[in-house]
Design a protein around this ligand. Structure first.
Ligand SMILES: Nc1ncnc2c1ncn2[C@@H]1O[C@H](COP(=O)(O)OP(=O)(O)OP(=O)(O)O)[C@@H](O)[C@H]1O
Ligand SMILES: [Mg+2]
Length: 265
């Protein structure tokens, strides 16, 4: 008798869990989202939407194997953030309509501007976004002189990570190669929020998340990731759907109530 009860329970529990878990990862169109101050909605989990407030958790590391959704995720962030966006894309610049810096010299100029502005009294938030942080490491064959721009960029990034919180300057640092030189101790200590899509190895997961798990995310499910700060949850990031020139004004996107939408798959 108890065995039958047990089996019935397991079948219903299993079905229930399946329906429940299928629910949060199925396709859905979200309503139009207004630009808010520092809060963004970044995805869905089994109990609802996942929000992130940059005022509370200033910096964010985004990690994941190529093609698993980092750039898409960043576009979703940019379209909601209210403030100055400094977008550094050292991967060719084809992913975004407009970027602030495409090469290492320009990155240095822009990052140094942010650092000098950081301590000034000013209104508003600045979001420094690096899409592919690995590109800020100097290639091995360069001489010390040739590496100067890379080193300058890294020192600006460290300074923003260390001091940015107090000055409303935020770092969003994305990489497909979570290694100890790219995500060094200082950046990791200061960027307590991690968004981690699938990674190839447990070692990579330990660097990006400080624990294993990202290597066990299913293959081929783009945008499915782990969001970790003071707690940790599995989430599905929104798919970015382009509307009317969402990032046309990267440097000063003060477009309240912009008409970008997101789709969850
Ligand atoms: N949240 C998502 N939901 C559904 N599909 C997604 C999602 N995120 C990404 N994708 C799909 O995966 C593709 C690749 O995503 P994306 O360019 O963001 O990857 P990436 O991590 O930036 O890769 P790379 O490291 O090569 O730059 C997208 O064009 C989209 O088709
Ligand atoms: Mg990308």
């Amino acid at each position: 008798m108890y065995i039958i009860y047990g089996i019935t329970f397991l079948v219903f529990y299993g079905l229930g869990m399946k329906i429940f878990s299928a629910d949060w990862s199925k396709a859905e169109n979200l309503p139009l989202l207004p630009r808010t101050n520092t809060s963004v909605v970044i995805g869905k989990y089994e109990k609802g939407y996942v929000y992130h407030n940059f005022r509370k958790f200033a910096h964010m590391i985004v990690a994941g194997t190529t093609g698993y959704g980092k750039t898409n995720f960043i576009k979703c962030l940019i379209s909601q953030l209210d403030g100055e966006i400094v977008l550094i894309d050292l991967k060719g610049g084809f992913d975004y309509k407009k970027v602030t810096a495409l090469d290492i010299e320009q990155s240095r100029i822009e990052l140094e501007k942010v650092v000098s502005k950081m301590r000034q009294r000013r209104q508003g938030h600045i979001y420094v976004i690096v899409d592919e942080a690995g590109e800020l490491l100097a290639p091995a064959h360069l001489t010390k002189k040739e590496s100067a721009d890379y080193l300058a960029c890294q020192s600006c990034i460290s300074e923003i990570a260390r001091l940015g919180r107090g000055f409303h300057v935020h770092l969003i640092y994305a990489t497909q190669y979570p290694t100890k030189d790219i995500l060094n101790g200082q950046i990791k200590q200061n960027a307590e929020t991690r968004v981690c899509f699938r990674l190839p190895t447990e070692i990579a997961s330990r660097v990006a998340l400080d624990e294993s798990g990202a290597e066990e995310l299913p293959t081929g499910d783009f945008g499915l990731g782990i969001y970790k700060k003071d707690y940790k949850i599995n989430m599905k990031a929104f798919e970015f759907v382009e509307r009317d020139g969402w990032d046309a004004k990267v440097r000063n996107p003060q477009r309240k109530g912009s008409a970008d939408t997101f789709k969850i798959k």
